[in-house]
Design a protein around this ligand. Sequence first.
Ligand code: MG
Length: 231
Amino acid sequence: MRFDFYLFDLDGTLLHLGNIGAYVDQILIETFIRLEASNPPKKNEKYKLWSPEEDFFDVLEEWGVKNPQNFWKVFDEIDFKLRKKLIENEQAFLYKDVYNILEKIYHHKYNKKLAIVSNTAYYIVEFILKKFGIINFFHETFSLGYYNNDQELAKPSPKGVLTILDKFKYDPKESKAILVGDSKFDIIAAKKADIYACLIRREINNQNKNYNKWDIQPDFVIKGLDELVHL
Ligand SMILES: [Mg+2]
């Protein structure tokens, strides 16, 4: 465990949410209904919402969304409602290796620091961390939803990672930091922030199937968090 700062993505990395692509799609469909979108996006257009090349409001206008300024607020509300139901039904849960590794890092003799960097709304992240009894392991958390449409802070932007590193007073000459995440966005955010990137492939899914063709490559690829002990 040679890193000083361990940053973790939440969904799909610590929290099992099933097929995340399908989960997000389900939230999107409900959000478009709630916002009375007259021309909701087709499957291959939804990526535009997260694309740095697209203007978020233009995209929503194109899809005929009324009150686009409410988009993420409504999205988060639906996400929260759905998650609570999935947790209740034990369809969403903490992966088995999570508690153990967090505890190990937290209690390590070399005073290591842990953080969450998530694209999910802050109140949902807080709920999850409390619900599964892991909130005290994290020294810092970066999540979204504090401001209207703070999408530009979302991964793949490195802003969340950089904010955390700043709080940790990270100095690359003196310390090492790593971000562990299950998606391409995590890897891009970590590399743009110039820290180590670790892709976790708990199972091979559509999101990570062709990871070796990504433009930006992870420094490590693992199948479970227990492997972090050897990195
Ligand atoms: Mg994730």
